[in-house]
Design a protein around this ligand. Structure first.
Ligand code: GLY
Length: 288
């Protein structure tokens, strides 16, 4: 089996390169996904994930993240996690070391501290200045750019991981699609994996990631599965197009695909021979 990875957005290139390189040396898809996402969580130039991610309306960063492991469909997630930069790693430990699947808020923070993560500053000078400006003028650019990594390893195992700080200046306690199974992510070794980026309130209404995987189960290729899911949702509610929604998918053969409802979505896609960025045309897009 050849390794394959697809990651949301241009900033996903570093995660894609890391995950492919790790899997080429024999690391499994779960470790590869975690390593890739951690790079983005630590990258302060990414203002929608991890350290330097956008704060809520009170100026506090609250992170959502998840991982799902294809062989047994186990998953772990955190929501509204404060003061911890490595949200995806905490989500992984929820999956591996608790009888639960989703921890939120104070409970997620206490769990992370028990597991040895240290509380750290989450705001950068830039994210603090943007929040202060928003408090004054209310101007807010759209940004809910989740990092989503789908990976297929040499043993044919599939994993998905997600991480985000959610919508900019959201109400405290708001949770989007990113830690919600079936909406922000889904994964099944027999079929493949899918994940979503964009406005969580829209993505959750249609359980988009689960639907994409079920489309692929019927034999549909990843791009068509993403596109048909988006078209189905847009047909039901054309106003969804006002906000970005980007969908990615990977099947058990390593084929990758994506779809978006607006201009501007991009993915990093790679295997053991080639890694690159691909611009995704709105709704209609070719196989990658
Ligand atoms: N898709 C990320 C969010 O809405 O929080």
């Amino acid at each position: 089996m050849r390794p394959a990875v697809i990651v949301t957005w241009d900033f996903g290139l570093q995660a894609c390169e890391e995950a492919i390189s790790a899997m080429k040396s024999g690391v499994n898809a779960l470790d590869a996904v975690e390593r890739g996402i951690r790079l983005v969580e630590d990258d302060t130039s990414v203002d929608s994930v991890g350290y330097g991610g956008a704060p809520n309306s009170e100026g506090i960063v609250e992170l959502d993240a998840a991982v799902m492991w294809g062989p047994d469909r186990s998953f772990g997630a955190v929501a509204g996690l404060r003061d911890i930069r490595e949200a995806v790693s905490v989500a992984r430990l929820v999956m591996e070391q608790t009888p639960h699947s989703l921890l939120v808020g104070e409970g997620a923070l206490q769990f992370a501290i028990e597991k040895g993560f240290t509380r750290k500053k989450m705001l950068t000078d830039k994210s603090l200045a943007e929040w202060e400006k928003w408090k004054q003028d209310g101007a807010c650019k759209e940004s809910h750019d989740t990092v989503c990594v789908l990976a297929l390893d040499l043993d044919g195992n599939i994993c998905v991981g997600t991480s985000t700080s959610g919508t900019r200046f959201k109400l405290p306690g708001r949770v989007g699609d990113t830690p919600i199974i079936g909406s922000g992510f889904y994964c099944d070794n027999e079929v493949g994996a899918a994940a979503a980026t964009g406005l969580g309130e829209s993505i959750m209404r249609y359980s988009m990631s689960f639907r994409i995987v079920e489309e692929m189960r019927r034999g549909i290729d990843p791009t068509s599965a993403c596109r048909s899911t988006l078209e189905w949702a847009l047909k039901d509610d054309p106003s969804l197009r006002k906000n970005v929604i980007g969908l990615i998918a990977l099947n058990a053969s390593g084929q990758r695909g994506a779809a978006a409802c607006q201009d501007g979505f991009s993915v990093a896609s790679g295997d053991d021979e080639h890694i690159g960025l691909v611009k995704i045309e709105p709704v209609l897009c070719p196989n990658l």
